[in-house]
Write a protein that binds this ligand. Sequence first.
Ligand code: PEP
Ligand code: MN
Length: 328
Amino acid sequence: MATVVTLTSDADARLVTQHLQSLGVWSSALKNNAGSVTALTLSAHSASISFDALKRIPGIAEVLAAPSGHPRLDERRGKAVQINDTTKIGPGQPPTLMAGPCSAESAELVDAVAAEVAAAGGHLLRGGAFKPRTSPYAFAGAGQKALTWLRDAADRYGLGLVTECMSEADAGRVSEVADLIQIGSRNMQNFSLLRAIGATGAAVMLKRGRSATLSEWRLAAEHLLAAGARDVVFCERGIQGVDGETRNTLDLGAVALLSHIDQLPIVVDPSHGAGRRDLVQALSRAALAAGAHGVLVETHISPGEARSDGPQALPVNELYTLLRDHRN
Ligand code: PEP
Ligand code: MN
């Protein structure tokens, strides 16, 4: 959102510019008809700084900014999201580990993975009953019955549950079983789905679209909140890159910005971010160092036999080391 500062009639624009730069704020001059600089627009690349601090700079008369397009999201600054009785995700909380198979393939697999996630100190079980697949011929998930497998396994091992909802028709059912409803990358701007999921009042994990800007991502979260969602956790899962050696490009700059500047709850999915299991540990550490409040990781008892996303599935025995440096 552009911020403009107007200058007092006796201001030296060069001195004001220098003062702003010393605070990490970059600007460009706006001139009147007579060629004098009467205002400055502040660059989007600037450090965030309060209106009051700007007003105190000698030579600045007024600070003007368009109202935020996401007032409900702004109110959540600095607040963590209560997921269930035991887990909160967001600022001020220890990192959350969410792990499980890409797809809830069978009751047996879900049970076995849930046991491992709990033993590794995980907080939430993940797993998809409904899978968005690029090819119409790929395995699209076991459907509704998988929701029961997931909820039962999560309860058996004392875990919360995060699972994806792909369709408006399923929003009610998914909200009954999930502690956190996942909206997948491909659906970030499916506004009728956002409205239907928001209307359930659930807490939602909103994955970033593959080519979505941060502004589009925040506004999608605002759609959810405006529709009634209890809260939103952002999930960075990689954006369109230039190189296929990693499936996507994990945008840790965005993570640092949402965590440290916006102070909003954000987790990272290094599995879809890299598309390969040998990078998941390193990217999890990098994500937490950048300010992520948790990681969402795909794991499988037998990754070679996974029906979706096998190459990026972490063997379950590697879950133990994911949050190793962050344990008390
Ligand atoms: C998933 O979590 O399995 C998934 C499909 O993720 P994304 O929407 O990020 O591709
Ligand atoms: Mn997957």
